[in-house]
Design a protein around this ligand. Sequence first.
Ligand SMILES: Nc1ncnc2c1ncn2[C@@H]1O[C@H](COP(=O)(O)OP(=O)(O)OP(=O)(O)O)[C@@H](O)[C@H]1O
Ligand SMILES: Nc1nc2c(ncn2[C@@H]2O[C@H](COP(=O)(O)O)[C@@H](O)[C@H]2O)c(=O)[nH]1
Length: 193
Amino acid sequence: MLPEPPQGKLLIFTAPSGAGKTTIVRHLLGKFGELAFSVSATTRPPRRGEEHGVDYYFLSKEAFAREVEAGAFVEYEEVYPGRFYGTLHSEVHRIWAAGRTVVFDIEVKGATTIKRHYPHDSLAVFVAPPTREVLFQRLRDRSTEDEESLKVRIERAGEELAYATSFDRVLVNDDLKTALAEAELITRDFLAD
Ligand SMILES: Nc1ncnc2c1ncn2[C@@H]1O[C@H](COP(=O)(O)OP(=O)(O)OP(=O)(O)O)[C@@H](O)[C@H]1O
Ligand SMILES: Nc1nc2c(ncn2[C@@H]2O[C@H](COP(=O)(O)O)[C@@H](O)[C@H]2O)c(=O)[nH]1
């Protein structure tokens, strides 16, 4: 592995599936040129419109296992049965080498590991839905999952809500415009710090 470049900043958005972290992260990436997205590796298949190297690095289970073996991941989790997701050291280093701040869209266990690995110059924001019911409805309305996958996500999302107070900030995503404005404020403060 190449030596780590000097550490830059890390801005982590974490939440149960469907709470809106991808929506918020995409908005912030469009607003702040200092930010760059940490493209994760995953073994899940691409959704319509998703691109390899942009949304994820879509890997076979074998290729993912080889990266694990090679020590390529800062963290990885089997988020859903048979579906692995992980943050590559090379992504974080690439972004720092370009003098930018790394932004993560990541579930709660991975976020906890990143925060533990990089306790300094990192901010972890938990995106909370207004209620469980709204969260589950958003997941259904997104129409990206089949019935089985939706069931698994809803079950896990219920458990993940308990992590809300484990991170640096909680951002309630009820009215989207309000949540995006608050996310901008949090980001501006963090970048200026
Ligand atoms: N404040 C909001 N009001 C209404 N709908 C919203 C709001 N925020 C996000 N959504 C919608 O809810 C759905 C889930 O949002 P999103 O995909 O951003 O969640 P996520 O946390 O990234 O989920 P996952 O972890 O599964 O990727 C999307 O269809 C999105 O357009
Ligand atoms: N632990 C990690 N979790 C990750 C990573 N990249 C994404 N995720 C999270 O997985 C779920 C499911 O994502 P989806 O794109 O299939 O909806 C979601 O909570 C993501 O934030 C990662 O590198 N490590």
